[in-house]
Design a protein around this ligand. Structure first.
Ligand code: GLN
Length: 305
């Protein structure tokens, strides 16, 4: 006869006394199984979700790994792990994402900030002169506001404006301005609602920046990963993905001051097409830079002086 303790009692005890580490391992397993992802990445995501629920930092999660966690917390965590396993973006589940030097609020209906876009921020910062007292920067399609707010936080002496046609996006950008203040950054951006450059005065901008929608309507990426949960209007630009660059470049030369610059983020295969459209629009000095993954990601043009 077996001397093992009865199974139900044992199972009950295990459920009651799960540690944080056990819960994280279970989460990583669920996420990797659901998404077919890599184990290390799944554990990283499980930690982000657990940090959100428990309020612990990554270091705190490691130090407290042997702590028992209560049943309601475990249930909340399991629910988040399962939503992640089913494909919901981590940024939407925890409501936030780090970009450049700050944390930004995220929610469905507005694009999740990407590290690729930091290439544009870095380049834009290099375009702002030492004396920026009368220097005007305009971010078109600001979304969560990450570009405009990062620039404004770095250069409080420049005048930074941001436009979006979505009032949900503008509301989120406004919340992010307050969230930056809570993080000790003073980022003042004038936000307004509009359709690209339609309300912008002629010869009023020194630096135009944008990460516009640039996927073609039938791009395979639309069916993969986080993108499935993000707004199509922030992602898709006509049949070839270039429709919004064409729209923007119709008025770019009008709104830029002489010598002013435009910086566009684009898809990794779009640099030649964007450069050609810029040239056709009358811009000069066209250059492209690559992102951290070495993909051509941002192209710049100058309005002749
Ligand atoms: N400017 C925002 C970003 O870079 C939103 C861009 C968009 O919605 N296409 O994340």
């Amino acid at each position: 006869m077996s001397t093992d303790p009865p199974v139900p009692q044992d199972g009950r005890r295990a459920a009651l006394s799960a540690t944080l580490d056990e819960c994280l391992r279970d989460g990583a397993h669920r996420i990797a199984a659901g998404r077919g992802g890599e184990a290390g990445e799944a554990l990283f995501e499980a930690r982000l979700l657990a940090g959100h629920v428990t309020g612990l930092s990554t270091a705190g999660l490691m130090m407290r790994g042997a702590d028992a966690i209560d049943a309601p917390t475990r249930q909340r965590l399991t629910a988040l792990f399962d939503r992640r396993a089913a494909g919901e973006p981590v940024a939407y589940l925890i409501g936030e994402r780090g970009f450049w030097k700050h944390r930004f609020r995220c929610r469905p209906g507005v694009l999740i900030p990407r590290p690729d876009t930091e290439t544009l921020v870095e380049w834009a910062l290099g375009c702002i002169p030492a004396d920026a007292s009368d220097f005007r920067v305009l971010d078109l399609g600001t979304g969560s506001g990450v570009i405009a707010l990062s620039l404004a936080a770095e250069r409080p002496d420049a005048l930074v404006y941001a436009v979006d046609r979505s009032s949900d996006a503008l509301q989120l950008a406004r919340e992010n301005m307050l969230l930056l203040a809570e993080q000790g950054a003073s980022a003042h951006v004038a936000l307004w609602r509009g359709d690209w450059l339609s309300a912008v005065a002629p010869a009023s901008v020194d630096l135009l920046v944008s990460n516009p929608p640039y996927l073609a309507g039938d791009d395979v990426h639309l069916d993969l990963g986080d993108v499935r949960h993000e707004p199509r209007t922030a992602l898709v630009a006509g049949a070839d993905g270039l429709a919004d660059y064409r729209r923007l470049l119709e008025s770019t030369l009008v709104v830029l001051r002489p010598g002013g610059r435009v910086l566009f983020e684009h898809g990794y295969e779009q640099a030649p097409a964007v450069a050609r459209l810029m040239r056709q629009a009358g811009l000069t000095g066209i250059e492209t830079r690559a992102d951290l993954a070495d993909h051509p990601r941002v192209t710049m043009g100058v309005k002749p002086a």
